[in-house]
Design a binder for this molecule. Structure first.
Ligand code: DC
Length: 232
């Protein structure tokens, strides 16, 4: 059943595989809000760069590519699909090849400017839950609620392994995933343009030992009782 609360704009940031997308999707479903997965947008651009054989160093090539790019979301049965240039690429963007390159692509200023502009548009004037790395700091600094979701590196690696194995029906190497997450944490936190950092007014949710229901209840309770350090 949808809960009735005032229409809010909610930012959920956090580390890779911290569980933030799962929790963001659930919060949006409970509140009947739009859900925007900004990581999927960076993955879609990475997919387009890879498919076009463009090097991440080729800034002119990337600028041209962005000039002819459209990104949107399509929702069916409460599931979100990312639409790149009119095509559903949801399945193509969730593999290790994309994961290995996406941090490099998301550190490119032109890519960030392009996507942040689109994310601001998507978050305007509606009840929205947006998840990513810089939502509370850059995309929606005026969000009504800001959460920062995290979990230990090892627990995040196990979660990502389980997710990838369920999807590919094949064994996936734990150490490779651990190394990839560690590297992405480092690149995401140290990049020059909008690095991953905790907004001053964010509430930290450590999901390491919480079930999805416990995480959801915690966040919904904060929203319903307006316990957030709100900016307005
Ligand atoms: O949430 P995810 O793992 O699907 O995100 C993929 C990558 O995109 C991640 O390595 C960092 C980047 N990203 C970003 O830089 N800014 C965002 N708002 C969302 C994701």
């Amino acid at each position: 059943m949808k809960k009735k609360v005032r229409t809010y704009r909610i930012a959920i940031d956090g580390h890779s595989s911290s569980g933030k997308s799962t929790i963001a999707k659930s919060v949006a479903a409970v509140l009947g809000y739009k859900y925007i997965d900004t990581g999927a947008m960076y993955r879609a651009i990475t997919y387009k760069i890879l498919s076009g054989n463009i090097s991440p160093d080729d800034i002119d090539g990337i600028k041209n590519l962005l000039n002819t790019t459209s990104i949107d979301f399509y929702v069916e049965d409460n599931k979100n699909f990312i639409i790149l240039d009119g095509l559903n690429v949801e399945n193509e963007i969730r593999n290790l090849k994309i994961s290995e390159m996406v941090s490099e692509v998301s550190a490119i200023a032109e890519v960030r400017d392009f996507l942040v502009k689109r994310q601001k548009e998507l978050g305007l004037g509606v009840g929205v839950v947006m998840d990513g790395r810089d939502i509370g700091t850059v995309v929606m600094p005026d969000a009504d609620f800001k959460f920062f979701v995290t979990a230990s590196l090892e627990i995040r690696a196990i979660r990502r392994q389980t997710e990838l194995e369920a999807k590919s029906k094949e064994k996936v190497n734990y150490n490779q995933i651990l190394a990839n997450l560690k590297k992405r944490d480092e690149i995401d936190s140290s990049r020059k343009h909008s690095p991953l950092k905790i907004a001053e007014d964010a509430i930290i949710i450590d999901t390491s030992y919480l079930t999805i229901d416990e995480q959801l209840n915690k966040i919904i309770d904060i929203i319903e009782n307006k316990k957030g350090k709100q900016t307005k």
